[in-house]
Design a protein around this ligand. Structure first.
Ligand SMILES: *[C@@H]1O[C@H](CO)[C@@H](O)[C@H](O)[C@H]1NC(C)=O
Ligand SMILES: *[C@@H]1O[C@H](CO)[C@@H](O)[C@H](O)[C@H]1NC(C)=O
Ligand SMILES: *[C@@H]1O[C@H](CO)[C@@H](O)[C@H](O)[C@H]1NC(C)=O
Ligand SMILES: *[C@@H]1O[C@H](CO)[C@@H](O)[C@H](O)[C@H]1NC(C)=O
Length: 563
């Protein structure tokens, strides 16, 4: 496959990792077991996907003018994503004025001269293929790197998505004829029925607009689901909700009625802007509690009803300059870790050939930078990578359940580097300490070895571990509306001063306690460094798996890749 010449593997650090990947088991066939996505043996497969668009006007997966498809697919795997949500427009397979085009013709028609020249250099084998064959080549390349693919019907008419009035929003809109849509789904399901790494199909991205209504949702989504399942019974069928895939609440009173079981999941999208500017204009703890409750009411409640819910779009401006995004991220990541959600990050692409009329538009939400050669922001990537490995689920009972002290905004977890009395630090979650927390006793105790509990030592001081666990300085409560502050009531007799919260020290890694920040009311302050989520896990503690998880970033020497 892609990496057989050893020399190539050694020369390219990224490809090296891709080779390791290829020796892993082949991609599984997925089905569902209550809220979990599982493999043939019934063991959990956590979908840790990244979105890769192929639905804009040129109808080719983005980035192929900048890097060879195999290099991009290898990077996806090397960054730890096990899956791509690959988007496609219906007309790619239903409308001859699009489906008849080769890649070159599609780019020439849009005057995308520079991109086409780049494709000739980086992907010469794709230039004269029909668009759908180029799409198949992208899927195939991902398959060579054992990356699973979810085919996402993003809209009908190729272009940027989505607005309420773009004619692609709901069944009956200008470009959204339900019969054409079912035809397109059937064609794609049939075409990829024999392609093992195509593990799922999502029926339609972000239904929306004036026509949207629940009755038609059932009528057409059930029809689409049956059509996909009939054409390709192997794939997971993924159903999105109304109002830009923010709303699946209607299913609470009326479940879907399908002829098959074990192959159906739902998807939800959650961005900061899903709630306008609520994050930056309100108190972050109150916004987190309120918005989490709302997302739960609209979508995540389905988990408890025994359905997988994939967070199939979420993400932030990776430059860290958007206050609304920054406050949202810690909260959304805490929820994703707590529920151990399957997800697909928006997005892989560092740029677009053409988006909304702009040539070469920079995607600030992109994992890759504009050159597609390196991560846009290694810090932002690392904190998403913390969500990639499953924590629990069928077949993952490697250890008795324990608690992880997860710090969502950094994607790190509380651990001890060296034996006590060394300070506790933030470090890779794969090396987490296993804690036990009981809300009754309010103690955070190291589960293994001699009983040691987490203790506050005073404002601004490193948190410690001690054998004496009965006093106020070792009694931890989850405070604020978000319940993301882990706090003690320090009294002067216990050497403390008021309510202290776990926090991160000035060095960015030592776990300390500081006076709790903006628990409520204050809208101007950002409490996120004090946000810790107590997450339940059953995965093996502190194995040197860590090495593998950390390797991609450290090994990545992007400069040695030739353009
Ligand atoms: C095919 O695409 C053209 C151009 O966008 C559009 O005008 C036409 O309605 C489409 N035909 C069908 C059958 O979807
Ligand atoms: C492409 O360029 C030609 C010649 O300059 C022009 O007539 C045409 O309108 C352009 N098409 C697009 C889609 O920009
Ligand atoms: C489910 O669909 C089947 C087949 O269309 C139909 O016979 C049945 O009445 C439906 N059940 C409900 C509860 O709507
Ligand atoms: C990377 O992301 C982090 C987290 O949002 C942010 O603090 C930092 O400024 C970003 N760095 C760059 C170079 O964009």
């Amino acid at each position: 496959m892609g990496c057989s010449p050893l020399a190539a593997c050694l020369a390219l650090a990224v490809a090296f990792l891709a080779c390791r990947h290829e020796r892993a088991a082949a991609v599984p066939t997925l089905s569902t077991a209550s809220r979990w996505v599982v493999d043939e043996g019934g063991s959990r497969v956590k979908l840790a996907c990244v979105n890769w668009p192929s639905h804009l006007e040129p109808m080719l997966a983005e980035g192929l003018g900048k890097q060879p498809v195999g290099a991009i697919a290898g990077d996806v795997a090397a960054m730890g994503f096990n899956c791509v949500r690959l988007t496609w427009p219906t007309f790619l397979v239903t409308n001859a004025s699009y489906s008849s085009l080769t890649v070159a013709q599609s780019f020439q028609r849009l005057n995308l001269t520079e991109s086409l020249a780049g494709i000739r250099v980086n992907n010469p084998g794709l230039v004269d293929l029909k668009l759908i064959d180029a799409f198949k080549a992208v899927v195939g390349s991902l398959g060579e790197h054992n990356v699973m693919v979810i085919l996402d019907n993003h809209l009908s008419k190729p272009g940027w998505c989505c607005s309420n009035t773009d004619g692609n929003g709901f069944f009956g809109d200008t470009y959204f004829d339900p019969d054409v849509w079912v035809d397109g789904l059937t064609k794609m399901a049939t075409m990829f029925a024999g392609v093992p790494n195509v593990v799922g199909m999502s029926l339609r991205n972000e239904l929306r607009g004036a026509r949207q209504n629940a009755n038609d949702w059932y009528r057409y989504m059930q029809r689409g689901a049956e059509a996909v399942h009939a054409a390709n019974p192997r794939v997971l069928v993924i159903l999105s909700g109304l109002s830009f895939d923010n709303d699946l609440a209607f299913l609470n009173s009326r479940p879907v009625n399908l002829s098959f079981t074990g192959k159906v999941a739902f998807e939800v999208h959650w961005y900061s802007f899903s709630n306008s500017q609520e994050w930056s204009t309100g108190n972050a703890n109150q916004a987190c509690a309120r918005i989490t409750a709302s997302v739960t009411r609209r979508a995540l409640y389905l988990l408890d009803k025994g359905w997988p819910v994939i967070l199939s779009e979420f993400g932030v401006d990776n430059r860290g300059v958007n206050a609304n995004d920054n406050r949202y991220y810690g909260c959304a990541a805490a929820v994703a870790a707590d529920l151990d959600l399957d997800w697909a990050l928006w997005a892989l692409q560092g740029s677009y050939y053409l988006r909304e009329g702009v040539l070469g538009l920079d995607e600030v939400y992109g994992v890759l930078d504009w050159t597609w050669r390196k991560p846009r922001n290694a810090t932002a990537l690392r904190r998403v990578q913390a969500l990639q490995r499953p924590l629990r689920g069928p077949g993952l009972a490697e250890a008795a359940p324990y608690t992880v002290l997860f710090h969502p905004v950094s994607g790190m977890c509380v651990l001890r580097r060296s034996p006590a009395p060394q300070p506790l630090e933030l470090g890779p979650c794969d090396e987490t300490e296993a804690w036990a927390y009981s809300a009754q006793q309010q103690q955070l105790v190291l589960r293994d070895g001699a009983p040691l509990c987490l203790r506050a030592e005073g404002a601004g001081k490193p948190a410690g571990l001690g054998a004496s666990c009965g006093d106020a300085m070792a009694r931890w409560r989850l405070v604020s509306d978000s319940k993301l502050h882990v706090a003690v009531n320090a009294t002067s007799s216990s050497g403390g001063d008021g309510v202290l919260c776990l926090d991160v020290g000035a060095d960015g890694r030592t776990v300390v306690t500081n006076p709790c920040r903006c628990l409520s009311a204050d809208n101007s302050c950002d409490p996120e460094s004090q946000w810790f989520k107590l997450v339940s896990s059953t995965r093996t503690v502190a194995t040197k798996q860590t090495m593998l998880a950390q390797l991609p970033l450290k090994l990545k020497n992007w400069k040695i890749r030739s353009f």
